[in-house]
Design a protein around this ligand. Structure first.
Ligand SMILES: *Cc1c(COP(=O)(O)O)cnc(C)c1O
Length: 402
C-alpha cells in the first residue's frame, strides 16, 4: 500500500485520537526513515524520544530475534531472566535500588503514584496522599497521570478527575513551599519538561526541592520518561542536577523501540510495596526486557551519552545562530538532544516545510519547535537538519533579518 491507501483505510478503521500527517513510515535504519511512497527522511522526532539508538539498532534486533525463538511471554509468577538482568543494569548504573517493570510511561508514573501514597500512609499518616506536580508538566494519559499533568487542556471532558493532585509553577520554590501541607505526600516533576514546551529545571531549584522534601519527609519523584537514558547528555537527567530522587520513572527509549516502562525506587520507599500491591501481566516480559538489556548495553558501550552531550551543545549553538538570524525566533531551550525553539510564528507550518524537504521534527502548542534526534546522530546529520530548517524558516517566515 502507498501513503494514500494507508491513510484512507486508517481514517475508516482507526479511532481518531491523533492528529496525524498524511503519510505512513514503513522502514527505518539509523537516523533515517522511509514512508510508504519511498521518500526518505532524516528523523529528528525519533518516535518521540523512543528511538534513541536510531531505528533497528543491530544489537536490539539481534536480541529480539534470539529471545522471540526462546520465550516470548512468561508470567510474573516466575522469575524472568532478562527482567532480572535489566533490573541489575538499571540499579548498578543509578542511585536507585529496586525496579518495577510495566509497559509505558503512564504506567510507570501510575506505579510511582501508588508507591508514594502507600509509603506516605505508613510514614506520614493516613491523610497524606496529595502529590504536588508542576504547571506545564506531562505525566501520561491514564486518569491519574493525566490529572498529575499540569496542563488543563488535557483534562477537558474527563471529569471527575481523581483527587490528590495540586499544581505549582515550575522553577518557583516559594510557590512549592507554600503548597506543602499535612496532606502532601510527594513532589513529582520532570527535570527537563518535554511535552510542556521544553523547559529545563534550574540546578539550584532542584537542589532546593530536594532539601525541602527531606525537611518535610516527602518523596521526590522524577519523571525521566522523556529526558532520561542519555537524552540530556547524562545517563539520567538527575545526574546533571546532582540531586537524587526517591523514585524515578523511565519508559520511551528503554528497550530500543519495544514497549516498556520502569519505576525505580530507593530501598526505603520500595519497601512500602508488598507482594500483591501492584502488578502488570506484561510488565517485564522476556521479549521487552531482552530488548532493554541490549539497548541499555548499547547506550553505555557505544558512547551515546557522551555523543548526546557533545552534539547537543553543537546543535544548540547552530540553533542559536538561527535565532540571531530570524527575528521571529525567540529562544533555544533544553539540554543535550532534547531541544526546543520558541517561535513567534506558525510552528506547524515550519514542521510541514521541513517534512517536505526530508526532515522530521515536531511542534508543541503551536509555538515551540521540538528536536529529538537519535543519540547516534552525527555532526553531518545536524548540519543537514539545520540547512533544511533554515530553508523552511525562509519559506514560512520570509527573509527577516535582525
Ligand atoms: C511520553 C511521556 C509520558 C507518557 O508515556 P506513555 O508511554 O505515552 O504512557 C510520561 N511522562 C513523560 C515525561 C513523557 O514524555
Amino acid at each position: 500500500m502507498d501513503n494514500a491507501a494507508i491513510v484512507s483505510r486508517g481514517e475508516k478503521y482507526v479511532m481518531r485520537t491523533y492528529g496525524r500527517y498524511p503519510m505512513a513510515l514503513v522502514r527505518g535504519e539509523g537516523a533515517r526513515v522511509w514512508d510508504a511512497d519511498g521518500k526518505e527522511y532524516l528523523d529528528f522526532v525519533s518516535g518521540l524520544a523512543v528511538n534513541s539508538l536510531g531505528h533497528c539498532h543491530p544489537r536490539v534486533v539481534e536480541a529480539i530475534r534470539e529471545q522471540v525463538g526462546r520465550l516470548i511471554h512468561c508470567s510474573n509468577l516466575y522469575w524472568i531472566e532478562p527482567q532480572v538482568e535489566l533490573a541489575r543494569l538499571l540499579v548498578e548504573n543509578s542511585a536507585l535500588d529496586k525496579v518495577f517493570f510495566c509497559n509505558s510511561g503512564a504506567e510507570a508514573n501510575e506505579a510511582a503514584i501508588k508507591l508514594a501514597r502507600k509509603y506516605a500512609k505508613e510514614h506520614r499518616g493516613p491523610e497524606s496522599y496529595e502529590i504536588i506536580t508542576m504547571r506545564r508538566s506531562f505525566h501520561g494519559r491514564t486518569l491519574a497521570t493525566l490529572t498529575a499533568t499540569g496542563q488543563e487542556k488535557f483534562h477537558h471532558g474527563f471529569a471527575p478527575l481523581p483527587p490528590g493532585f495540586r499544581y505549582v509553577p515550575f522553577n518557583d520554590l516559594s510557590s512549592l513551599r507554600a503548597a506543602v501541607g499535612p496532606r502532601t505526600c510527594a513532589v513529582m516533576l520532570e527535570p527537563v519538561q518535554g511535552e510542556g514546551g521544553v523547559y529545563a529545571a534550574n540546578k539550584d531549584y532542584l537542589q532546593a526541592v530536594r532539601a525541602l522534601c527531606d525537611d518535610e519527609g516527602l518523596l521526590l519523584i522524577f519523571d525521566e520518561v522523556q529526558c532520561g537514558l542519555g537524552r540530556t547528555g547524562y545517563l539520567f537527567a538527575y545526574q546533571y542536577y546532582e540531586v537524587e530522587p526517591d523514585i524515578l520513572t523511565l519508559a520511551k527509549a528503554l528497550a530500543g523501540g519495544v514497549p516498556i516502562g520502569a519505576m525505580l525506587a530507593k530501598e526505603r520507599a520500595a519497601s512500602a510495596f508488598a507482594p500483591g500491591d501492584h502488578a502488570s501481566t506484561f510488565g517485564g516480559n522476556p521479549l521487552a526486557t531482552a530488548a532493554g538489556v541490549a539497548a541499555f548495553k548499547a547506550l553505555l558501550q557505544e558512547g551515546l551519552v557522551e555523543n548526546a552531550r557533545v552534539l547537543g551543545q553543537y546543535f544548540y549553538q547552530q540553533l542559536e545562530g538561527l535565532v540571531r538570524e530570524f527575528p521571529q525566533l525567540i529562544e533555544v531551550r533544553g539540554r543535550g538532544l532534547l531541544l526546543g525553539v520558541e517561535i513567534d510564528g506558525p510552528a506547524g507550518e515550519v514542521v510541514a516545510a521541513c517534512q517536505e524537504r526530508g526532515l522530521l521534527i515536531n511542534s508543541l502548542h503551536g509555538h515551540v519547535l521540538r528536536f529529538l534526534p537519535p543519540l547516534i546522530v552525527t555532526r553531518e546529520d545536524i548540519d543537514r537538519a539545520v540547512t533544511i530548517l533554515k530553508e523552511a524558516l525562509h519559506e514560512v517566515l520570509g527573509q527577516g533579518q535582525k
